[in-house]
Design a protein around this ligand. Structure first.
Ligand code: SF4
Length: 400
């Protein structure tokens, strides 16, 4: 069994904005205290759509890592690394591509969606079609049990699970597997062996998820089992064989919709963002110019918070008393829009202050960022190599 590793990555898009902070980074910061976490810069993924202009990727990757650190991702807790510095991702991607039916890739829902969204780009490339498989390799190479995703990304995780299952099914049957399983079952002792077989039957005949979990727990209790025997018994449970690649699970994250300066979702493509470390003058300027309820033309006109994008930001940044003050003051024209915006400005600046502080040492001395990334690359590579050793062995590619 493997530690419950969490893996998540981001394409390097340069400075991150508050939408990234509320939607992703806050969650990463929490997860790093709960699981062994790996967070990576998906620079090869950036090339799937940016292949014609790759030069900005390095700078964007550095800025993005500084934002992660600013947000509170702690390199002593989580491994921060760059995908292209762990070339084993590419090796696993290639090997998986040999056994991946083309139809599986064409069916991934985002394939057509993205092609339509980015219609100004020629995305009829081999790399773009294969990007879900590269994503699967990113996950499977770390035997990550949990991948934090929003609802829309669940099909990608399901795709990775199918790939792992197929791989284990094709290559997980070592010579003499059945005999080795029989021997391993004996090592459980008569009572546990009986229970293991019962649970296995429950799972295989009825797909009973609770039974397979109970069986895994039972195997965890037997400390004298070797790693190889444990793997065999896990594989036998699921009817696959030896589990070489771990099927990942989606760690569903509640969709945190961070409103942008125009009330739409905050996104670089809408030009409605506030970056994580944007300076105070710029934040204040942007907020003061933010549109409000269009019906409130004059100061004396009453407004309706539900029709105002500023109100959406109050829902993120203000406490109950302040929100009541806005509701009452807006509807009675008791407050002006600039008064109303001030608590939001204060709230954003308060949120950003520790981020700016945490980022400063990395801006003063960029070598610190290089060191963090180099260290993370080394640690990630060590884990990736462990998996690749088993993958090569399963394929018979370990002959020299
Ligand atoms: S008072 Fe506040 S909520 Fe009302 S329109 Fe002005 S900015 Fe919007």
């Amino acid at each position: 069994m493997y530690a419950e590793r969490v893996l998540s990555g981001m394409r390097p898009t340069g400075n991150l904005h508050l939408g990234h902070y509320h939607g992703v980074l806050k969650n990463w910061v929490r997860l790093q205290y709960e699981y062994p976490c790996l967070f990576f810069v998906a620079d090869w993924h950036a090339l799937t759509t940016q292949y014609d202009d790759p030069h900005g990727i390095v700078g964007a990757a550095r800025d993005m890592v500084i934002d992660w650190l600013a947000a509170g991702v702690d390199p002593r807790r989580a491994i921060i690394f760059v995908q292209s510095k762990v070339p084993e991702h590419a090796e696993l991607h290639l090997l998986l591509s040999m056994m991946t039916p083309l139809g599986w890739l064409e069916r991934v829902p985002t394939y057509k969606d993205q092609q339509e969204k980015l219609e100004h780009k020629d995305l009829s490339t081999y790399g773009f079609l294969g990007y879900p498989l590269l994503q699967a390799a990113d996950i499977l190479i770390y035997r990550a049990a949990k991948v934090p995703v929003g609802e829309d990304q669940v099909p990608h995780i399901e795709f990775s699970r199918e790939i792992a299952r197929r791989f284990n099914h094709l290559y997980g049957r070592e010579p003499g597997f059945a005999e080795k399983v029989r021997e391993a079952v004996k090592k459980l002792g008569a009572k546990r062996a009986r229970r293991y077989e019962e649970l296995r039957t429950h799972y295989q005949e009825r797909g009973d998820q609770a039974a397979i979990e109970a069986a895994r727990r039972l195997l965890d209790e037997v400390h004298e089992l070797s790693h190889a025997d444990r793997e065999r018994l896990c594989g036998h449970l699921e009817g696959t064989g030896k589990m070489i690649l771990v099927e990942p699970g989606a760690l569903l994250t509640a969709a945190a919709r961070m409103p942008g300066l125009d009330g739409q979702k905050m996104s670089k493509s809408y030009g409605n963002t506030i970056t994580l470390r944007e300076d105070a003058a710029s934040v204040t300027h942007k907020l003061r110019r933010m549109p409000t309820d269009p019906a409130r033309v004059r100061r004396s006109d009453a407004g309706e918070p539900d029709n105002c994008p500023v109100w959406q930001l109050h829902q993120v940044y203000s406490d109950e008393d302040c929100r009541a003050w806005v509701q009452q003051g807006c509807r009675s024209a008791g407050i002006g829009c600039l008064d109303c915006k001030q608590p939001v400005i204060d709230g954003i600046l308060r949120e950003q202050a520790p981020m700016r502080e945490r980022a400063q040492p990395y801006l003063d001395d960029p070598r610190l960022v290089n060191e963090i990334i180099a260290d993370g690359n080394g640690r990630a590579r060590h884990l990736a190599r462990e998996t690749m050793r088993d993958v090569r062995q399963a394929l018979g590619l370990d002959y020299i």
